[in-house]
Design a protein around this ligand. Structure first.
Ligand code: SF4
Length: 374
């Protein structure tokens, strides 16, 4: 799929918040497709096929190849759930829709375009829908810049504008199995979004375009060379951790979250540069630690027995993990029995206050502190 070099749906949030990122991203090599991206592209193609062929079932695609990915049962289950969630959006099958439509802003913003997963219309409501098949980050529909980008661009695209013509509501929908998230807004909100986008794109062409770090940096490929990030790194290195107050430590943790994504991106970039033959001072490619393995397990067993080792010394048996058992049972459509499994945490970890996991209660320590205070 072709992407806009200035801003598209998936980069709208970044460019709105950080117009200076456009010039920096343009200096970076194209991002190599990883397994998760390949999976996502395959599932998008598969769900598009299913939506346009009302008779095909998700499991009819089992074993079929999309974008080089052979669909397995997990993929088919996701597709099946996605279709069921689409039924929630259009329970009476009233929707007129188009899929995979290229939309753009024409002369208003030359070179700014994107591709919508699905644009539809039910009565006075226009619908913009995006499939998300990643499990990592839950994507919200409310004020979602990607969906507002598609709505605004579609309103200016002759082949897509029909869905918005005379509509009084615009519904933004994220279908991310097992959830569907929906947000209804107005054409005026989308026009306001478009005005903000025009300002950001104009900003982005200035030599001193604003750079601003935030959660939109997550997928920015310019992190390794971004002054906001490298500045944050310099500041963090200069920090002395003695006598820091609690608020300051929280601020540094937010900085650390940004730095972690920056470090990951920097390592990925350096690795892909070295793998493509570039030289980096002080660094080189080496093979990962080699782990010895038997060239032929049966021959190894014979050799070890011949050397006098007993069967109990040579062979190990252990029960498969609950995760592997659950996967094996799922194929037989059987649930893992709950009374044979216990979840044991390997320890505590840091999380921000809005993390959905419950806070660990250290009752002993908290009570001891309470008594000390009295
Ligand atoms: S890493 Fe963040 S601050 Fe830097 S260019 Fe990208 S979006 Fe902007």
């Amino acid at each position: 799929m072709q992407h806009s070099k200035i801003v598209g749906g998936s980069t709208a949030k970044r460019v709105l918040n950080c117009p200076g990122s456009v010039a920096l991203v343009a200096q970076m090599p194209p991002q190599a497709e990883n397994k998760f991206m390949a999976d996502g592209t395959a599932l998008h193609s598969a769900v598009d096929l299913l939506v346009n062929d009302g008779d095909a079932s998700a499991y009819s695609l089992l074993g079929k190849t999309f974008n080089g990915v052979v669909l397995d049962e997990d993929h088919c289950e996701k597709l099946k759930t996605a279709l069921a969630l689409l039924d929630e959006v259009d329970p009476l099958e009233q929707m007129t829709f188009n899929t995979e439509t290229r939309v753009g802003f024409g002369d208003l913003l030359p070179g700014v375009f994107g591709s919508t997963d699905l644009i539809g219309r039910i009565a006075n409501r226009a619908i913009v829908l995006d499939w998300k098949f990643g499990d990592g980050v839950a994507v919200t529909a409310e004020q979602n810049e990607q969906l507002m980008f598609y709505a605004a661009a579609a309103m200016r695209t002759p082949s897509a504008a029909w869905a918005f013509d005379g509509a009084t509501e615009i519904e933004c929908v994220i279908v991310q199995p097992p959830m569907v998230r929906r947000w209804v807004t107005t054409p005026e909100r989308i026009r306001q979004f478009e005005r903000d986008l025009v300002q950001a794109v104009k900003q982005s062409s200035l030599p001193d375009a604003r750079l601003m770090a935030g959660d939109h940096c997550r997928f920015c490929t310019a992190k390794p060379i971004c002054p906001e990030m490298t500045g944050a790194a310099d500041r963090a290195i200069a920090v002395k951790i003695d006598n820091l107050d609690k608020n300051l430590i929280s601020d540094y943790l937010k900085n650390a979250d940004l730095l972690e994504t920056w470090i990951t991106s920097l390592r990925e970039l350096a690795l892909s540069m070295l793998e493509s033959g570039a030289r980096l001072p002080d660094y080189k490619l080496v093979a990962k630690r080699a782990i010895r393995q038997w060239t032929d397990e049966d021959k190894a067993k014979v050799a070890l027995f011949a050397l006098g080792l007993k069967e109990s010394e040579v062979l190990e048996t252990s029960v498969i993990s609950p995760a592997k058992a659950e996967k094996a049972l799922k194929k037989r459509k059987i649930a893992l029995p709950v009374d044979v499994v216990v979840a044991v945490s390997s320890g505590n970890t840091l999380a921000s206050v809005d993390d959905p996991r419950p806070e660990v209660l250290l009752l002993g320590k908290q009570l001891a502190r309470l008594f000390k205070l009295q």
